[in-house]
Ligand binder design. Structure first.
Ligand SMILES: Cc1cc2nc3c(=O)[nH]c(=O)nc-3n(C[C@H](O)[C@H](O)[C@H](O)COP(=O)(O)OP(=O)(O)OC[C@H]3O[C@@H](n4cnc5c(N)ncnc54)[C@H](O)[C@@H]3O)c2cc1C
Length: 409
């Protein structure tokens, strides 16, 4: 049964890190926003409990979170800066070392629990009068009315019905609803997929030796193993490997798993002294063929999902949110409708190429490091060592990782 009719500038479906950040930016600028989220964000947890899901957040994303007023709450809760990165190849002699001091930065980024970021963003949303939160609520039916050439645009081009019968109207709907995006499916937007044939096994450990605020990554023939530094000497593990191998590792007895994990990192941090629960996440590359349609846009994982080996997924999502917000706010300030295709295409042009480049690069890395042939092993060792020894090339890589050029809202 239809309950209410609400009118917004923008409806954001999905209140994960990317959707919540977009809603904050738009709401802060004065647009009338509805955000729809199916699951209540976790707002409380025991202080000594570290979540399994963490992200490496770049300096550019930190700046974006600062600008939208969420960074202080994140930093006050728990963040782990990392100042160095060691990457090496199990199948050759190649290795590379990045140090923030080489580029005069205080760190290379922070490792942060996803729920810490999400909570700070939802707290910020609750203080924005122009943002109405529908949570828990699920989008049920979407109707898009297109402008007919030569006619005035329709007054309510987007109509969204929620599972409780509430009906919302807006000029624009944004799908920030993750890799299996409902909005993308409703809009009939196709995706290209890349089967990485990997599952990411994640867990939290404490090690015999301190991580030295360094992110350690070793490329094994089956996929990359990363130790990401957390507070109090803990590390978050992202071990990408074949689905069968991930299932075997997840089922392994604790002592055997600890031994195998330490050995797989060549005992760089000594023995594993504490081990948290383990969980596996299948990884698949997806890229939407279009990010926009009249009155509709996709951001974050709804537009692209990427291998976690370079820790870029949510950072690309934040860059999408910042860029889309900038275009929409500019249009709104000039009395242009936020849903017009000409406005949305500016966002798509700015972001799709960049994201595609990173997606292709990650696919290439995965293939390159999985290739056992002696020729490829020799070439990649030489390549890594060359980058490590040439300061100009190395700085280029670090600047790319910091992504200081990412668009701002
Ligand atoms: C193992 C692993 C490690 C990773 N490490 C990193 C890293 O170090 N750095 C990095 O940048 N990225 C990393 N990523 C990627 C990162 O986690 C994702 O890119 C990011 O979480 C995507 O955020 P999002 O807000 O776009 O989507 P999501 O987090 O998927 O949020 C989508 C939200 O939409 C809601 N939703 C869905 N459908 C509906 C609906 N119909 N109605 C209402 N609500 C709906 C969901 O409940 C959810 O809250 C990693 C990923 C994995 C798997």
């Amino acid at each position: 049964m239809m309950k209410t009719l609400h009118k917004y500038d923008v409806i954001v479906v999905g209140g994960g890190m990317v959707g919540a950040a977009l809603a904050c930016t738009l709401g802060d600028a004065g647009l009338k926003i509805a955000i729809i989220e199916g699951r209540e964000p976790v707002m409380d947890w025991p202080t000594d409990e570290v979540d399994l899901r963490v992200s490496a957040i770049t300096r550019a994303s930190e700046q974006f979170l600062r600008e939208l007023g969420a960074w202080q709450a994140i930093a006050d809760e728990r963040v782990s800066p990392y100042s160095e990165m060691h990457v090496w190849d199990a199948g050759g002699s190649g290795n590379i070392h990045f140090d923030c001091a080489e580029v005069g930065e205080p760190n290379l980024g922070h490792i942060i629990e996803n729920r810490v970021v999400t909570r700070a963003l939802w707290q910020r949303l609750s203080g924005l009068p122009g943002v109405q939160r529908f949570c828990p609520a699920t989008a049920r039916r979407l109707t898009l009315r297109n402008t007919i050439i030569g006619c005035e645009p329709p007054t309510n081009p987007v109509q969204l019905e929620l599972d409780d019968g509430t009906v919302l109207n807006a000029s624009l709907i944004v799908g920030a609803d993750g890799g299996n995006s409902w909005v993308r499916n409703q809009a009939g937007i196709d995706i290209s997929t890349r089967e990485y044939a990997h599952t990411a096994l994640v867990t939290t450990v404490k090690t015999e030796r301190h991580h030295q605020y360094t992110a350690w990554q070793r490329f094994l023939p089956t996929g990359p193993l990363a130790f990401l530094p957390l507070t109090d000497g803990y590390s978050s593990i992202v071990w990408s490997t074949t689905a069968e191998e991930a299932a075997r590792l997840e089922a392994l007895d604790e002592a055997l798993f600890k031994a195998e994990l330490a050995a797989s990192l060549e005992h760089k941090l000594g023995a594993i002294t504490e081990l948290g629960p383990r969980a596996g996440f299948p990884i698949r590359g997806r890229h939407a063929r279009h990010y926009v349609k009249p009155h509709l846009a996709l951001v974050g994982d709804a537009a692209h999902t990427i291998h976690p080996l370079a820790g870029q997924g949510v950072n690309l999502g934040f860059a999408d949110a910042a860029c889309l917000a900038r275009e929409l706010i500019q249009a709104w300030e000039q009395d242009d409708t936020p849903g017009s295709l000409k406005v949305l295409r500016r966002y798509e042009r700015a972001r799709r190429g960049d994201n595609l480049l990173v997606l292709e690069a990650m696919g290439g890395f995965k293939q390159l490091f999985g290739d056992p042939s002696p020729l490829v092993r020799g070439l990649r060792s030489a390549g890594l060592n060359l980058v490590d020894r040439l300061p100009v090339l190395k700085n280029l890589f670090i600047q790319q990782a910091l992504r200081n050029d990412a668009p701002r809202a």
